[in-house]
Write a protein that binds this ligand. Structure first.
Ligand SMILES: C[S@@+](CC[C@H](N)C(=O)[O-])C[C@H]1O[C@@H](n2cnc3c(N)ncnc32)[C@H](O)[C@@H]1O
Length: 257
């Protein structure tokens, strides 16, 4: 059965691609890649592929390239930055492929919010602070359902991660405060996480807008709001507590310590 691979190549650092993704790119005959967010080192892995820059194409053109390649029994890759399932617009393509009886497989990649957390060296789900991550975006030309208004999501005071929104940071801040985050809540903005020109800006809901503006950052940034960015206090994990038993380890008695 003809097939198309939707492949994530990670956040930017060429060493953060999976072995599976690398092998597919090396063997691919056709690669449609997501423009500027994919580093040249990764494009160079496509040794024999015919390359198409998706940034210059519309949905129908991309689909035609994917379909024709698959029907000609070629190894076809639709290459995404980060992970294909996050703001990757893959469903519209996979559904159309299914209609034409073309199979597909998704190969995951490291998404940019995880590369951003790594750059910050932080734990997104910190015991005693939050056990929840909300991944969202501010509304711009793409509508966000009303029930997902930032001020509503902010009521949870969980870790909030924003894609595609750095140019709307002042709105995010207003909504976050309206929803219930104290103004002193820490915020981090990571520009081009894992790239050589990565920049990290940290602050609070009070000053992050100015800091981002002063740094002239307008795109390719993840914003993370929450106490986990700079926790004042947290709890140790239960899992590694010596008094805690689980399937692989019994609690230690005093004499074992
Ligand atoms: C269309 S979305 C694609 C997201 C991608 N599929 C992923 O999993 O990271 C593009 C947005 O992802 C974020 N982004 C992508 N790469 C990034 C990076 N290396 N550092 C920070 N943000 C990044 C930015 O918010 C950017 O506006």
């Amino acid at each position: 059965m003809p097939k198309v691979y939707f492949v994530g190549c990670g956040p930017g650092d060429p060493e953060l691609i999976t072995i599976k993704a690398k092998k597919l790119l090396q063997k691919a005959d056709v690669v449609v890649y997501s423009g500027s967010l994919i580093p040249q080192e990764i494009i160079k892995l496509c040794k024999k592929a015919r390359l198409y820059d998706a940034a210059k194409m519309v949905r129908e053109e991309i689909f035609t390239v994917l379909r024709n390649g698959a029907l000609q029994e070629k190894l076809v890759v639709r290459l995404h930055d980060g992970d294909p399932s996050i703001y990757g617009a893959i469903r519209e393509q996979t559904d159309n492929l299914k209609k034409e009886k073309i199979d597909y497989e998704v190969v995951p990649g490291i998404t940019s919010f995880l590369a951003s957390a790594a750059a910050l060296g932080c734990e997104l789900t910190l015991p005693g602070v939050t056990q929840t991550i909300i991944v969202t975006r501010a509304e711009s030309r793409t509508k966000v359902p009303t029930r997902e208004k930032i001020s509503e999501l902010a009521k949870h005071r969980a870790t909030m991660v924003f894609y595609l929104s750095v140019h709307l940071v002042s709105d995010i801040v207003k909504q976050a405060i309206k929803g219930g985050y104290p103004k002193s809540t820490p915020v981090a903005a990571v520009y081009r996480a894992s790239w050589k020109d990565e920049k990290i800006i940290t602050g609070t809901l009070v000053d992050i807008t100015k800091k981002i503006r002063d740094a002239k950052i307008t795109k390719t940034t993840i914003i993370i709001i929450g106490d986990i960015v700079n926790p004042k206090h947290y709890e140790y994990s239960r899992l590694y507590d010596k008094t805690f038993s689980h399937g692989y380890r019994k609690a230690q008695t005093i004499s074992q310590r």
